[in-house]
Design a protein around this ligand. Structure first.
Ligand code: C5P
Length: 225
């Protein structure tokens, strides 16, 4: 079974999807981390790589590997696991920039579909329900109002000891959502028949509970929960 969950920055997708996958004993596939990893690896191999240089051949030659472990995706660069280096404001922006490019989307789409063959997964991103897994049994668009999303991202960075101001985060989130929703290829939007879940007034266990209910078929698709 595939559960595909999309939505804007700061809606809480990563936290919720990780817990949801654990509770259902599914594997968590964070597709955003794959875009971040491509941006990171391109920069590590050659800082200042231009969009024109990002060809299919170049992407295939990156020393990057994706592997589904028991619980979640592992991303390896030259055999070393990439984790915390991917989750910072610079990589968020860099991922959004490369995600507009056709060769990058094609490259990751084929990886994502291959990884998705491995059984029960919770996939999360911007186009997992619209493009990557349109046949997913459960499709969800997870969102929250802008002030809530800014507050959550601010708390996440503060917890990690990162010094990023509320205003910087507000500008970055607004800009990234605008770019992700308006790009030509695989723009962020709810998939046809997706459940729309606004998490502004919910805590994490509350969101997870609603998703488990939906996964158990208690909510008909196409409704707002
Ligand atoms: O979800 P996350 O914030 O890690 O995603 C980083 C960026 O990667 C997004 O802003 C978006 O531009 C891109 N992305 C995408 N398609 C996905 C997942 C992420 O274009 N399925």
């Amino acid at each position: 079974m595939i559960i595909a969950i999309d939505g804007p920055a700061g809606a809480g997708k990563s936290t919720v999807c990780r817990i949801l996958a654990q509770e259902l004993r599914f594997v968590y596939l964070d597709t955003g981390a794959m875009y971040r990893a491509v941006a990171w690896a391109l920069n590590a191999e050659k800082p200042g790589t231009t969009p024109e240089e990002i060809t299919e051949g170049r992407l295939r030659s990156l020393p990057l590997a994706f592997d589904m472990k028991a619980e979640s995706l592992e991303i390896l660069y030259r055999g070393k696991s990439l984790t915390s280096e991917l989750r910072n404001p610079e990589m968020s922006e860099a991922a959004s920039r490369v995600s507009r490019l056709g060769p990058v989307r094609e490259f990751l789409l084929s990886w994502q579909r291959k990884l998705g063959e491995q059984g029960d997964i919770v996939a999360e991103g911007r186009d997992t329900a619209t493009v990557v897994f349109p046949g997913a049994e459960l499709k969800v668009f997870l969102t929250a109002d802008l002030p809530t999303r800014i507050r959550r991202r601010h708390a996440e960075y503060s917890d990690k000891g990162m010094d990023v101001s509320y205003d910087e985060i507000a500008t970055a989130i607004r800009e990234r959502d605008r770019a992700d929703a308006n790009r030509e290829l695989a723009p962020m939007k709810p998939a046809p028949g997706a459940l729309i879940l606004d998490t502004s007034a919910l805590d994490i266990p509350g969101v997870v509970r609603k998703l488990i209910e939906a996964a158990k078929g208690l909510k008909p698709s196409g409704t707002t929960i």
